[in-house]
Write a protein that binds this ligand. Structure first.
Ligand code: AHR
Length: 528
């Protein structure tokens, strides 16, 4: 056969292939961004992280010790620090979680060899060497350029213990505790941006009633004092009270009613809220790797409940605090899935797929839409636990699809919310109905507009045309995160399966035009 004949056969073959492939037509969505209107600040603290002493979250994830062959700075992994630095993590919550109410800080200071080994009875009864303590945590957040959010122990601790911990960390005056800190290598007081007073005190933190908790909170708020001279005026430490972990509002009602009558002697600036995406409820049964499109849709449906959860609590908070002085702090959220086979179930190890990335963007967008009240959030958890940014295995490290969402959202930190109107459409999966598209817009300090678009539909691309009112857009560029399947993951042997790639976006007649791929998260910058 002549060359031309081969070409003819190839043409016929490819036509046959094309005609046998399912015809996927793109959907269309029209967005209207009103850059002349501004909403609340999207507080950078919404992008906080949670690093509990749990499984390999701290030990191996962050801390390998100064003698490790894994490259480290004073015992803290260099690869992890480099990856987290790119996220501009605004704050890190530590040491728990449930672990916080069993933590005795004195066991984790001083010479490592002299620190007592204790049992981590909150998570698997494993031996804790206490080699990662207060000074190591402060070193870690300093290395990644973040701020400390410490949770004090009100379950098995005492007000005196908490007061002394705060003094150890923050006193500048030459007290015995400040001198002890200096002897441990840090003469300058640490900055403590946030102090959580207990954790889930309605459950693992001591199963307290709201009234009992409130009376404890008043004592800890009064006596656990931040002495750092640099934090006495505008940079004051914010105190965060335990809030709800269930949609019912009794706990919030009791806390906010109490808060309304606070005086000079006690206060709280934030009310914590914990809610995890557990498709199918407890005990968790959804796999982090082995799931189908129905499971994908079910998971996203479950996660979108966050919006209703926040609304319910906000109604109560608005009743007692119409000026929105008290922030809602979602300091534990994320997908809680079945532990990976072969791992210690108490270590909460799960993989992280494209589905988790989409789930993360949907939640971040919800928080941003509630930014006047929701001013802080901490995804659970930072490394090797639950919906993690990073997974490690000895000297190996990978960053997850959720990590990339956080990296792509960096420009939204402290940006101003800009309203974006759109018809989300409907994506049906069996009897699960979901919005097909979600979007968020904001303006950063330099005047640049940022647009995020999530396409929830796992099969159909969406042609977007976005009209920007109140601003002349001269250039647009962006990146998109997608992968072949909703359960695509990054592994140690194939760490780049789910990575963001540049996306083409053009301007036609003043409108932004682009096509977003199925199951994708896209962030575009629009330059004036
Ligand atoms: O993040 C894991 C656990 O979930 C935390 O320790 C606890 O606060 C919550 O129940």
């Amino acid at each position: 056969m002549k060359f031309g004949g081969v070409r003819f056969v190839l043409l016929i073959l490819s036509l046959m292939l094309v005609s046998s492939a399912p015809l996927v037509t793109a959907e269309h969505a029209h967005l209207t961004i009103d850059a002349s209107k501004t909403g609340a600040k999207i507080d950078r603290n919404l992008f906080g992280q949670f690093a509990e002493n749990l499984g390999h979250g701290l030990y191996e994830g962050i801390w390998v010790g100064p003698d490790s062959s894994i490259p480290n700075t004073r015992g803290i992994r260099n690869d992890v620090v480099a990856a987290l630095s790119a996220l501009k993590v605004p704050n890190v919550r530590w040491p728990g979680g449930c672990f916080a109410d069993q933590y005795h800080w004195r066991k984790g200071i001083g010479m490592a060899a002299l620190r007592p080994a204790t049992l981590n009875s909150a998570w698997g009864n494993v031996v804790d060497t206490n080699s990662f303590g207060t000074d190591e945590f402060m070193d870690f957040i300093h290395q990644i350029g973040s701020e400390a959010y410490v949770s004090v122990n009100i379950g098995s601790g005492t007000p005196q213990e908490a007061a002394e911990w705060l003094e150890y960390m923050t006193a500048a005056a030459p007290t015995a505790l400040a001198k002890e800190r200096a002897a441990n290598g840090h003469p300058e007081p640490y900055k403590v941006g946030f102090m959580g007073i207990g954790n889930e005190s309605w459950s693992c933190g001591g199963d307290m009633t709201p009234d009992y908790y409130l009376s404890q909170l008043k004592i800890y708020s009064r006596f656990a004092i931040n002495d750092n001279p640099a934090q006495q005026d505008k940079d004051q430490m914010l105190k965060i009270a335990v809030g709800p972990g269930f949609p019912e509002t009794e706990w919030t009602e009791a806390m906010m009613k109490g808060w309304q009558h606070h005086d000079w002697s006690w206060n709280f600036d934030g009310l914590s809220l914990h809610w995890y995406t557990t498709p199918g409820g407890w005990p968790v049964a959804m796999s982090s790797t082995d799931f189908n499109i129905d499971d994908y849709a079910k998971t996203l449906k479950t996660t979108l409940f966050m919006d209703e959860f926040l609304r319910k609590q906000e109604v109560v908070m608005d009743k007692y605090d119409p000026q929105k002085k008290v922030a809602l702090v979602v300091d534990e959220w994320g997908a809680w899935l079945k532990p990976l086979p072969g791992t210690n179930p108490a270590f909460l190890v799960q993989q992280n797929s494209l589905r988790d990335a989409i789930l993360a963007s949907l939640n971040l967008n919800i928080f941003a839409r509630h930014a006047d009240r929701v001013r802080m959030a901490n995804i659970a958890q930072m490394i090797n636990v639950l919906q993690a940014m990073i997974l490690t295995d000895k000297e190996k490290m990978l960053v997850t699809p959720t990590y990339y969402v956080y990296r792509m959202y960096v420009p939204f930190q402290d940006a101003t919310f800009i309203p974006v109107a759109f018809d989300a459409g409907t994506y049906m999966q069996g009897n699960v109905s979901l919005p097909r598209v979600d979007a968020l817009a904001a303006r950063d300090a330099s005047g640049k507009l940022w647009l995020e678009i999530t396409n929830l539909d796992p099969e159909k691309p969406i042609d977007i045309d976005a009209e920007v009112n109140g601003m002349v857009v001269k250039a647009a560029k962006g990146e998109t995160l997608t992968a072949p399947a909703v359960n695509s993951i990054n592994t140690f042997s194939a760490p780049d399966q789910v990575v963001p790639k540049p996306i083409a976006a053009s301007l036609k007649d003043g409108k932004l035009v682009l096509t977003v791929q199925p199951k994708s998260v896209t962030v575009i910058s629009l330059e004036p």
